[in-house]
Design a protein around this ligand. Sequence first.
Ligand code: 2P0
Length: 393
Amino acid sequence: MSEQRIAVVRTQEPDTTTSTTGPTGATGPTAAGIGAGAVGGVVGAVPDTGTGADGGAGTGAVAVAVAHPNIALIKYWGKRDEHLVLPRTDSLSMTLDIFPTTTRVRLAPEAGRDVVVLGGRPAEGEALRRIVTFLDLVRHSARLPHRAVVESHNTVPTGAGLASSASGFAALAVAAAGAYGLSLTATGLSRLARRGSGSASRSVFGGFAVWHAGRPGQDTKAADLGSYAEPVPVADLDPALVVAVVDAGPKAVSSRAAMRRTVDTSPLYEPWAASSRDDLTQMRAALLRGDLQVVGEIAERNALGMHATMLAARPAVRYLAPATLTVLDAVAQLRRDGVGAWATMDAGPNVKVLCRRLEADRVAAAVREAAAGGAVHIAGPGPGARLLPEGGR
Ligand code: 2P0
């Protein structure tokens, strides 16, 4: 498959493996010299006139990107390298056509620190730290020391197991690469997005995507290069994912902490990881022949297995709520009634139901009744992350 390119062509991927020090002491071209469009052409970054969240002080390249969340049908649960965000197993997802995140990055050469505004509020704590660390990586790769102003808007409830970090870091990767003048292939962008949040690597692509774990035991650079996402060939499936939001509140345990605890303490983790490898092989074959029933059956068992690993962790991590099980009962009843519907749950109590688009309204009605007042959304396959033209203006 030929490589999809989102930004400009570059013969060599910049090294994004080694940033630990951030921009301090970084040398290289200034924003004026490497201005995002200057490397080779078609990047959506333009000079900013200064109307951003910082009140408009200074100027710098600006880029705006949009990305959509993805829902894993074969789950990512467990890292083998926390710093590089290398997973233990391959995962496979569908990018949605709902809940986009839009992120604007403007270089602020005059600023002494990054300014990050999420949903109109200044970011702080862990959320801010993760974004600054990510920007440090981009600065290191671009050899550009400038701080940035980041403004991001999610249209999905944050932290509710609805993949807001996937769309968030995919949009940030594409916008930051644009603003800092990093010219990456889509594969390179998926590696970069991975460093922000593992699942974000898959949101770089539309439709179905696989994120390769890569091979363990390699040096840092080879390991980084070996773990990327790419599109998965799919026959005509016409799928939908019905999203039942049974609880939109933030989760008690972050997925990052929960997967660490699961890998470290759950006796069920290794068996699930081994079966997940088989699940992936079988699901790829089912996608290729357009067999939604087998895709759905594998997705449901893979998700339930992932939750079993967490329930067996010490102490247990339980994201499933009573309302989750009520929706699972409704999905099982749909199947008894002859409707193809299969459930998957992530690091939260909400349920996503894979079905045929033609049957999505019926599935949504059944799930809505079971979700007892929770919102229900119907999603189809969505687009990959992209820069908006001319900095989003
Ligand atoms: C997934 N999840 O494959 C799995 C299934 C949740 C359950 O990816 O630590 O936010 O930032 O790499 O990507 C959620 O984990 O974790 C996730 P980090 P991420 O979609």
